[in-house]
Ligand binder design. Structure first.
Ligand code: GUN
Length: 283
């Protein structure tokens, strides 16, 4: 029988754990603080940022939001990052992506203090992940790893296939799965026979950003299927990268969209911010 992996439930459990730890930190005079920077008025980004803010309030974090115009100059955004790097109340800095095209995203990410890089996008954190050192890890792949762990899915020796090679999901997830001793394959737009590769997967992760690209005949019986996609269809409905109707009868576990990976991403952002605040305590 197929089991639905309930990201809402697991994320709620984790938020409860974070709320308790936050209360303990407050006793030591520290309130974890997150600054969220949104450049421009992309509707989807606005929704994501609002969710992140609400989650911060729910667990007792301090949060500050900077909504700045799309025309903002790169140097002004760099100045803001510099101010936030020096701000003692702020332990985590998140610049919502994508940024407007006149701003060099890499330059902005590299300006963030790696200790405050709660997105895990800074090259220092990416390098540490690659070499197996402690680091801040990207929230979506980390959320997937925690979801797999909480459902008792072991990874050592398993065939894991990722569809999508983004810096935000596919590439860091590759490293995290490898670190847990899975045999990992990453597919992309130039992969010759996608179905042939995906059918080998014990664990299949769809992070291509294409609605329902994974169909029923692309999944092995009894596989674990993780759907990272959130695609808005022409009819206004949300669809994942996986055809849930076709795929779910074949697999052992599957994440729904919405309510699967999405809530885990936010829970991991809170976790990374808490970690950054605790690191300040040790310093
Ligand atoms: N845009 C889409 N996903 C993310 C994310 O995880 N972090 C940031 N900063 N921007 C995003």
């Amino acid at each position: 029988m197929t089991r639905i992996m309930d990201g809402n439930k697991v994320s709620q459990d984790i938020r409860g754990e974070i709320k308790e730890k936050t209360a303990q930190l407050k006793g030591k005079g520290i309130i974890p603080g997150l600054a969220v920077v949104l450049v421009g008025d992309d509707p989807a980004s606005q929704i994501y940022v609002k969710r992140k803010e609400n989650a911060c309030h729910e667990v007792g974090f301090y949060s500050r939001e900077y909504k700045i115009p799309a025309e903002t100059h790169e140097k002004d955004l760099l100045n803001l990052i510099g101010v936030l790097n020096a701000d003692q109340k702020i332990h985590g800095i998140l610049v919502q992506l994508p940024l407007p095209s006149h701003i060099n995203s890499s330059l902005i990410i590299e300006a963030i203090d790696p200790q405050k890089d709660v997105d895990g996008f800074h090259p220092v954190n990416v390098g540490r992940l690659l070499t197996g050192q402690p680091c801040q890890m990207a929230c979506t792949p980390k959320g997937i790893m925690v979801l797999l762990e909480r459902y008792g899915i072991s990874l050592a020796g398993k065939e894991a296939v990722i569809v999508g090679r983004s810096n935000i999901v596919g590439k860091p997830l590759f490293l995290m799965l490898l670190a847990q001793n899975a045999t990992v394959t990453v597919c992309h737009t130039k992969t010759k026979d996608l179905a042939e590769v995906t059918c080998r997967a014990d664990i299949l992760i769809a992070a291509a950003g294409k609605a329902e690209i994974v169909r029923g005949d692309m999944v092995r019986e009894g596989a674990v299927v993780i759907d990272v996609g959130i695609n808005r269809l022409d009819n206004g409905k949300l669809a994942g990268d996986v055809s849930f109707a076709e795929v779910s009868p074949h697999c052992a576990f599957i994440t729904p969209v919405p309510g699967g990976v999405g809530p885990m991403t936010i829970a991991m952002l809170l976790h990374n911010t808490l970690k950054a605040a605790e690191a300040g305590l040790e310093a």
